[in-house]
Design a protein around this ligand. Structure first.
Ligand code: CMC
Length: 431
C-alpha cells in the first residue's frame, strides 16, 4: 500500500502521498494540497522543498556523501577525468571507448568560437568581471546556433553539449586575455581539456606555457568535484528558466548569473579576499570569527557552512589534500594556506560552529590552488562554472525531457496593503 501522511486543516483530514527515493529519503507530495484544502506551504529559501525528482546526483549532508549517478565522488576523483564525468552526468552511464573518443573528438572540433563571437569581446570594458562576460557570451551562443539552442534528439543534445563544454573554456581564456590586453591563443587538439584551458590562458605567442602534469591533473580534479551538486541555486535556476521553454544556452547563461553571487560560486573569491585581509594585518583570525558569530553583523565566514552538508564537505576534504600536493610540486609557499588552516582549526573547535554544524565547504580551499597556479581571483567563479557546466546540461536535459514538466511558478502569501482606492495626485498628502 502507498504510504501517506495525514494533515489536519479546516477540521478535515487530508492524506498526502509519500514519495521515497532510492536512498530511502522521504518527501510529502503536496501537489494537490491547495486544490483540496486551500492551503499552500511557505518555505523561504526552499530549505524543505523538493522541486523535482532527479536521478543525477545524490547527496547526504549528515553523512558527507556525494555521488554522481551512484558513483562516490572520492572514487571518481581517484579514477576518472572531467570529460568522462561530463559524459556520465549527461548520459547517465560511464562511456565506453567508442563514446569517449567520439565526445573527445567533438570537443576538439568545436573548440573554436565563431569569428563573429570574438568581436563581442571588444565591446566589454577591459576590467569587466569575467562572470558577466561568460554569462553574456554563453547567451550569445544561441544567436550562432539557433537549431541547437532547442535540441530535440540525443544527437543535437550531444552537439550542443560539446559546443558548450568546449567553448566555455575558450571564452574563459579569451576573457582573461582581453583583461590583460594580450592576443588570443587558440587551443591545440593534442592537449587535454584542462591543459588547453591553462595553455590558452597563460601562453603567449613568444612564450610557450608548459603545463605541469600535476597542475593539469589538479585542475581536472577540481572540475570533477564541481561538476554537479543536485538542486543548488544555479542548477535550480537552470531548471526554472528551462521550465518556461527558454533555450539551453539562455538557461545556462542564467545559471552562470546565479552562480556569481558570493553565497554560491563567488564564495571562493570572497574566501581568498578574507584570507588576504587577515594577511595584510587589517583584520585577524579572531576578529573574523567574532564578526561571523555576531548576530548584528551580516558577515559570514566565507567558504564555511552549507545548506546540505552538516558534516565536512567531501569535496573540501579532497581539495585540502590537493592544495598541499600542488604546493609541493610547484614548490609554492603561500602564507594564506597557514591562515586558512588556523581559521579552520579555530572554527571547528568553537561552540558556535560546532552547534550549527558549520564546516569548510568546496570554496574554502579551491582558491588557494587557483592562486598557486596563477589564476586571478575574479576568475575563480569562472572555473567553478566550467566545472558545473556538465551538471547544468544534465539537469536541463532531465527537466525538459520530462513529459510532466510544468512551468516553475511558486506561490506567495501576500502581506501588502488590503484593497484601497486610487488617490489623484492633487489629493495625496505630501511626505
Ligand atoms: N559563518 C557564520 N555563520 C554561519 C555561516 C558562516 N559561513 N553559515 C551559516 N551560518 C549560521 C547562520 O547565521 C545560522 O545561524 P542561526 O541559526 O544562529 O541563525 C546558521 O548558521 C544556519 O545557517 P543558514 O543561513 O540557515 O544556512 P543556509 O543553509 O541558509 O546557508 C550558506 C548556507 C552556504 C549560504 C551559508 O552557510 C553561507 O552563507 N556560507 C558562506 C558562503 C559560502 O561559503 N558559500 C559557498 C557554499 S558551498 C558552494 C556552493 O554551493 O556554492
Amino acid at each position: 500500500m502507498k504510504k501517506t501522511v495525514t494533515i489536519k486543516a479546516n477540521n478535515k483530514e487530508y492524506k498526502l502521498p509519500v514519495v521515497i527515493g532510492t536512498e530511502k529519503e522521504k518527501g510529502i507530495d503536496i501537489s494537490k494540497l491547495r486544490a483540496e484544502s486551500g492551503y499552500i506551504t511557505l518555505d523561504p529559501g526552499y530549505t524543505n522543498t523538493g522541486s523535482c525528482e532527479s536521478s543525477i546526483t545524490y547527496t547526504n549532508g549528515e553523512k558527507g556523501i556525494l555521488r554522481y549517478r551512484g558513483i562516490p565522488i572520492e572514487e571518481l576523483a581517484r579514477k576518472s577525468d572531467f570529460i568522462e564525468v561530463a559524459d556520465l552526468l549527461i548520459w547517465g552511464t560511464l562511456p565506453d571507448k567508442g563514446m569517449r573518443k567520439r565526445f573527445t573528438d567533438m570537443l576538439t572540433n568545436n573548440a573554436l568560437l565563431h569569428e563573429g563571437l570574438k568581436h563581442h569581446f571588444e565591446g566589454f570594458p577591459f576590467d569587466a568581471h569575467p562572470m558577466a562576460m561568460l554569462s553574456a557570451m554563453v547567451n550569445a551562443l544561441s544567436c550562432y546556433h539557433p537549431v541547437l539552442a532547442q535540441p530535440h534528439n540525443p544527437r543535437e543534445i550531444e552537439k550542443a553539449a560539446a559546443i558548450l563544454i568546449s567553448q566555455i573554456r575558450t571564452i574563459t581564456a579569451f576573457s582573461y586575455k582581453m583583461s590583460r590586453g594580450e592576443p588570443f591563443i587558440y587551443p591545440k587538439p593534442k592537449y587535454s581539456y584542462a591543459e588547453n584551458l591553462l595553455y590558452m590562458m597563460f601562453s603567449l605567442p613568444h612564450e610557450h606555457y608548459e603545463v605541469h602534469p600535476e597542475v593539469k591533473r589538479a585542475v581536472d580534479l577540481i572540475l570533477i568535484l564541481h561538476a554537479d551538486h543536485e538542486q543548488n541555486c544555479s542548477t535550480s535556476t537552470v531548471r526554472m528558466v528551462a521550465s518556461s521553454g527558454a533555450n539551453l544556452f539562455a538557461s545556462i547563461s542564467a545559471g552562470i548569473a546565479a552562480l556569481w553571487g558570493h553565497l554560491h560560486g563567488g564564495a571562493n573569491q570572497a574566501a581568498i579576499e578574507m584570507l588576504e585581509e587577515i594577511h595584510s594585518g587589517n583584520m585577524n583570525v579572531k576578529q573574523y570569527i567574532k564578526m561571523a558569530k555576531d548576530k548584528n553583523n551580516s558577515f559570514r565566514l566565507m567558504g564555511f557552512g552549507h545548506r546540505v552538508y552538516k558534516n565536512y564537505d567531501p569535496r573540501a576534504m579532497i581539495l585540502k589534500k590537493l592544495s598541499k600536493k600542488v604546493f609541493n610540486v610547484l614548490k609554492h609557499k603561500d602564507p594564506l594556506l597557514d591562515i586558512a588552516l588556523e581559521l579552520e582549526d579555530i572554527a571547528l573547535n568553537d561552540p558556535y560552529f560546532i552547534e550549527r554544524k558549520l564546516y569548510p565547504n568546496v570554496d574554502f580551499y579551491s582558491g588557494l590552488i587557483y592562486r598557486a597556479i596563477g589564476v586571478p581571483k575574479n576568475m575563480f567563479p569562472v572555473f567553478f562554472a566550467i566545472g558545473r557546466l556538465p551538471g547544468w546540461i544534465a539537469h536541463w536535459k532531465e527537466a525538459t525531457n520530462n513529459n510532466r514538466l510544468q512551468i516553475a511558478r511558486p506561490r506567495q502569501i501576500y502581506v501588502g496593503p488590503a484593497k484601497q482606492g486610487y488617490v489623484p495626485i492633487s489629493k495625496r498628502s505630501t511626505k
